[in-house]
Design a protein around this ligand. Structure first.
Ligand SMILES: *Cc1c(COP(=O)(O)O)cnc(C)c1O
Length: 387
């Protein structure tokens, strides 16, 4: 899509360049090991991920969607929640957050996020619970890498007795300003369970599909582990109607060498976000806020909002000027054809965001100087008269 662009939105070959020699070495190690499912690479990755999240347990799984689905299925196995119970999900999230709830036999309660942060607020969670007594859980989505967690949310979920499942697919390494329910402040370890995705474009990307569940509950980790492996507690003995959602050792080996670089990789993204914020000045464009806390956002995407009616025009202008962009996301879940029958009421904020957001390049393919140059190109954008 962005090939031939002066400033590509993302090029995974370039992103992986800095790890290349080690990736080849890790692949060779797995090939030579003769162990292609589970084993030491996966176990060590799980330990290293749990440690980095300050959580007791991590379970490597097939991808982020499965991580979310397994958590909510395990909750039912353990009797923490019942089929058909409501789960609050922000209306502007990626479709996978909602698919996971439906696949787990639960009921998504789509709720508008805050316009400025794109994240759920305590107030929105509280209001949803007042309207719908069947709500038992909430899924904060740390969208674009920004942690959707504060003292008010912590207080609200405790008072409303909600289970908390974090969609941390975009936020590995982000640190909340307030502690989570079990003490850790790391994204993914704030609530009862968190789901990570290591899809190749995420801040820490595998060379294929991969994901993980992180939790402070040994019981939940064990249930997820069983469900992901045919529901078996030992070989050829299934205690639940499980799936095959295991992480493979090839991906675990790739991820083990990238995981220790998470903090630096996130810091590089931050530098680009700062460069954009310093340079971009345009009456039609709202820039994302950079909080003084710095580490509470890991800049999975750098997303500007373009005044109503001018977003697509700006995107075309940038394409013509060699700048690759993307939109996260153009159609909110409740407007997707697959969710036609689900009545969700109005989600005006989610709809407005879908028509205004534009993501600029922020990966390792874009240097800080590139970001400044892209900012200057944006400043020269002249909107047409007609809307
Ligand atoms: C990527 C992503 C997922 C799904 O992860 P996969 O590994 O692609 O299944 C879920 N939620 C969000 C917010 C994501 O960005």
């Amino acid at each position: 899509m962005t090939s031939g662009m002066r400033y590509p939105f993302l090029d995974l070959r370039t992103v992986n360049e800095r790890y290349l020699a080690n990736l080849h070495e890790a692949a060779d190690r797995v090939i030579d090991s003769g162990r292609y499912i589970g084993g030491e690479e996966v176990e060590l990755f799980e330990q290293e991920l749990a440690e980095s999240c300050r959580a007791s347990d991590a379970v490597g799984v097939s991808n982020g969607l499965d991580a979310l689905r397994l958590i909510m299925t395990a909750w039912q196995e353990l009797g923490w929640i019942r089929r058909g119970d409501g789960v609050i999900v922000p209306g502007n999230t990626f479709i996978a957050s909602v698919l996971a709830v439906v696949h787990a036999g639960l009921r998504p309660v789509l709720t508008d996020p805050d316009y400025d942060t794109s994240c759920l607020t305590a107030e929105a969670i509280e209001k949803a619970c007042e309207k719908d007594s069947g709500i038992r859980a909430v899924m904060p989505v740390h969208l674009y890498g920004r942690v959707a967690w504060d003292a008010d949310i912590a207080e609200t979920v405790k008072r409303c007795k909600l289970l908390v499942i974090e969609d941390a697919a975009q936020s590995i390494g982000a640190i909340a300003t307030e502690p989570g329910l079990f003490g850790s402040r790391m994204a993914g370890a704030l609530g009862h369970a968190g789901a990570f995705s290591f899809y190749p474009t995420k801040n820490v990307g595998a060379l294929g599909d991969a994901g993980a569940v992180v939790t402070h509950s040994k019981e939940l980790a064990e249930s997820v582990r069983q469900l992901a492996n045919y529901g078996s507690d030992r070989r050829y003995h299934s205690i639940s109607i499980g799936f095959n959602c295991r992480m493979d050792p090839m991906q675990a080996a790739m991820l083990r060498l990238k995981l220790p670089d998470t903090r630096h990789a996130n810091a590089r993204r931050f530098e680009r976000a700062v460069a954009y914020n310093n340079v971009i000045r345009h009456p039609l464009i709202r820039k994302p806020a950079i909080s003084p806390q710095v580490t509470d956002c890991v800049w999975h995407q750098y997303v500007v909002r373009v005044t109503e009616g001018h977003r697509d025009e700006l995107q075309q202008y940038l394409t013509a000027n060699g700048v690759g962009t993307d939109i996260h996301y153009p159609i909110p879940p409740h407007s997707q054809p697959c969710f036609k029958e689900l009545a969700h009421g109005d989600l005006p904020v989610s709809e407005q965001l879908a028509s205004e957001v534009l993501s600029l390049p922020i990966s390792d393919c874009t240097s800080v100087a590139d970001a400044a140059a892209i900012g200057r190109i944006i400043n020269e954008f002249k909107a047409s008269e007609k809307k």
